[in-house]
Design a protein around this ligand. Structure first.
Ligand code: KIV
Ligand code: ZN
Length: 389
């Protein structure tokens, strides 16, 4: 039987840390409703101590979104944890996500704390958060986890799990890992933390080297069950692992990975569009899965193949991510098959062979001058040049 992977969406927390992005309560609620429709298992709604607005947004989400787990972020301090709990205590399934850096560089230059103090603080924070309610789940993240000395990380993880952590999340905070390395890191945690089976291992990969999705896939191949990710790959700096890429990789390559998620993939385009419009962060056209070109074919060879059998150049269908159809972009590389198909779609199925030939020559002339030829251009060719004949 396929293993179930839990999708933890952090669009509203790490995603909101995208430079230039700030969402109000209504915007966060609207995105949260759509994430619920999409079928995510967990929504990280925000960082309540960060501002009153974020506190209110997390609270509103906790009060109205029922299916997914609702998570609030908190540093490993009583004040942060209390504020997070105040915001999420009405949730059907509340989770506090507390974090503390464990790498030497962060402990020395940011926290100015000795390793044993860090370990003690992490354990105390988890125990305190767990004591707030029998229904609250606790997630702990050793920030900069992948640059932490493994032996120290194992000690911290063993301690926080004993203190009640239900989920231990291993962040590649600065996106430094490579897939083989990150996979081996997760395998090392599974082997060396004695009580690891009492907690779910989670992954949180940043995309500084463009490896966030690949690293996450390597992590689940080595025993992790939760992936943290964001719509359109939003997040601090180069962003987080992109939800849509991960989910479609698992779905499209099920024959290889044999993992399942609860995501209703037909909701992906709608979710991506909503997040892009609301945050004002445009999606690059060649972005996998949700970019405008993800299901567009331009060259004649590709168009001919797809018109005969879509599987020649499409590994997933546009319908599977919620689009109506693929797109044949007419440009200078396009061939006669796609051109004729577009003429038919535009209602010119009565043209003679000779008229189509003439129109095709005109179209190629125009395509040499323009990047793409629009439906309006084709109509102009037919009405001005062909029907004149
Ligand atoms: O990247 C990171 O380390 C984080 C933690 C708060 C999980 O976002
Ligand atoms: Zn992060």
């Amino acid at each position: 039987m396929s293993k179930r992977i839990y999708i933890f969406d952090t669009t509203l927390r790490d995603g909101e840390q995208t430079p230039g992005v700030s969402l109000n309560i209504q915007e966060k609620l609207e995105i949260a409703r759509q994430l619920e429709r999409l079928g995510v298992d967990c929504i990280e709604a925000g960082f309540p101590i960060a501002s009153n607005g974020d506190f209110e947004a997390v609270k509103a989400i906790a009060q109205s979104i029922r299916k997914p787990v609702i998570t609030a972020l908190a540093r490993a301090s009583k004040q942060d944890i209390d504020r997070a709990w105040e915001a999420i205590k009405f949730a059907e399934k509340p989770r506090i996500h507390t974090f503390l850096a464990t790498s030497d560089i962060h402990m020395e230059f940011k926290l100015k704390m000795a390793p044993q103090e860090v370990k003690k603080r992490a354990i105390e924070a988890v125990a305190y958060a767990k004591s707030l309610s029998p229904k609250v789940e606790i997630e702990f993240s050793p920030e900069d986890g992948t640059r932490t000395r493994p032996e120290f990380l194992y000690e911290v993880l063993e301690g926080v799990i004993a203190a009640g952590a239900d989920v231990v999340n291993i962040p590649d905070t600065v996106g430094y890992s490579t897939p083989g390395e990150y996979g081996a890191f997760i395998a090392g945690i599974k082997r060396n933390v004695p009580n690891i089976d009492k907690a779910v291992i989670s992954l949180h990969c940043h995309n500084d080297l463009g490896l966030a999705v690949a690293n996450s896939l390597a992590g689940i191949e080595n025993g992790a069950l939760q992936i943290e990710c964001a719509i359109n790959g939003l997040g601090e700096r180069a962003g987080n692992a992109s939800l849509e890429e991960l989910v479609m990789a698992l779905k499209t390559r099920k024959n290889y990975y044999d993992f399942e998620t609860n995501i209703i993939t037909e909701q992906i385009s709608r979710t991506s569009g909503l997040v892009s419009r609301t945050t004002g962060i445009h999606i690059q056209p060649n972005k996998a899965v949700v970019g405008a070109n993800a299901f567009a074919h331009e060259s004649g060879i590709h168009q001919h193949g797809v018109l005969n059998n879509r599987l020649t150049y499409e590994i997933m269908t546009p319908e599977s991510v919620g689009l109506k159809k693929n797109l044949m972009v007419l440009g200078k590389h396009s061939g006669r098959h796609a051109f004729e198909e577009r003429l038919n779609e535009l209602g010119y199925s009565d043209l003679s062979h000779e008229e189509i030939n003439k129109a095709f020559i005109k179209f190629k002339d125009l395509a040499d001058k323009k990047k793409t030829v629009s439906d309006g251009d084709i109509e102009a060719i037919i009405t001005e040049d062909i029907h004149q004949i």
